[in-house]
Design a protein around this ligand. Sequence first.
Ligand SMILES: [Zn+2]
Length: 155
Amino acid sequence: MFTHVGKENVSTISQFEAFREDLVVRGPVQIAVSLVCLLVIFMCVRYAVGLGRLRYADLHAQYQQLNHDYFASELKDAQVEWSHLNDPPAMTYTGEAGGTRIVLDVDSNTSDSDVLESLQHESCHVQTCQSVQSTRQDAHGSPFQKCIERFGGNP
Ligand SMILES: [Zn+2]
């Protein structure tokens, strides 16, 4: 009888020890895993909020600002919109009934700097489209390269 109780106690103590060991060994790991999960969730939410803000940004106002700052407002006005493009991050359509239209690809433009780079590139297409059409030269030829120099890079 006494021996039996003793065995139970030993078993309870070893279970307690195992549980305590679990807490000591696994506790910090579980806390670290939980923190990483929380961080991932936080980053995803921040990314989604950022994308949402970007999708509702006033692209036309950004184009006008670019036109004002780099072209002395001499560029033709353009309609600027989001769409799904197959390959390029952005496209400029000129000579349409509705005037000039710049389209930004939703999957390629995921940050403010992407949008700015695409708008800079497309604004140079707006500026050079007439000379490109009349001379049938490369759309990214020397007039375009000269235009893009004003942005200090090669977007
Ligand atoms: Zn281009």
